[in-house]
Design a protein around this ligand. Sequence first.
Ligand SMILES: Nc1ncnc2c1ncn2[C@@H]1O[C@H](COP(=O)(O)OP(=O)(O)OP(=O)(O)O)[C@@H](O)[C@H]1O
Ligand SMILES: [Mg+2]
Length: 260
Amino acid sequence: MSSVALKVKDLSKHFIVKKSVFSRKKVINAVHKISFDVKQYESLGIIGESGSGKTTIANMLLRLMDSSEGSIELFGKDITKLGVEAMRSHRKDIQIIFQYTHAVLDPKMTIEELIKEPLEIHKVVSASEYDAEVDRLLTMVGLSTSERKKFPSQLSGGQNQRIIIARAIATRAKLIICDEPVSALDVSVQGQILNLLTNLKKELGLTYVLITHDLSVVKHMCTRIAVMYQGEIVEIGETEKVLSSPTNPYTKKLIASILD
Ligand SMILES: Nc1ncnc2c1ncn2[C@@H]1O[C@H](COP(=O)(O)OP(=O)(O)OP(=O)(O)O)[C@@H](O)[C@H]1O
Ligand SMILES: [Mg+2]
């Protein structure tokens, strides 16, 4: 029987922006009253055009950003009200895989230091086990242990994406948010990274929330998808069903535009 990994209810994020001292305040409803569940071991895709609120959802799920209203239950516990200390113990349960850019990995740190960092922060293993654990994680993401002393600039985009994945699984997280995990990569490498994510999911019993512009990614990876439009979920359901017979007019347009 599968339990619920994530339960989001009426979640909103309103940004108040003021362009200059003379202009009036403006409220941007980046995310407005969205609700969805993700069952354990499931992969939920979130699609939608640029600016529809996808990354804002990821930021709230990880508590990198406070929500304006609503609740986020992570394995049965509402994390929206947790203080810094209480959140610390939950932070290792939910991790994010960002799209690889030069800003994501500190260029001054070696691969070994980059993978050790989450092990230290979350006290995953004792210090004497760091070396073996870094090797184990490198092997799990398909990299050679001889890459340990290199810097991100000495690796390819695909290899750096594997380092980002190694850092996310290092904490033994059960729920992983992927925000455009392959869109920065060459098409030939995209398939390899998606296969890695699929294999890790099976091997480690992971649950994914996968944010993407790319319908082939959701087809490949997700059992269900949620379609975002201007901060709201306009359609949610089984991937096959939503893609083959969308009921919402925006979903129809989005699918048609991507398939063009
Ligand atoms: N810190 C912020 N302050 C003000 N407005 C913001 C902030 N972050 C995001 N927004 C606004 O919130 C809306 C949603 O942005 P978000 O980054 O979540 O979209 P997205 O769906 O991830 O887009 P993309 O596909 O381009 O990554 C946009 O209108 C954006 O301009
Ligand atoms: Mg985004």
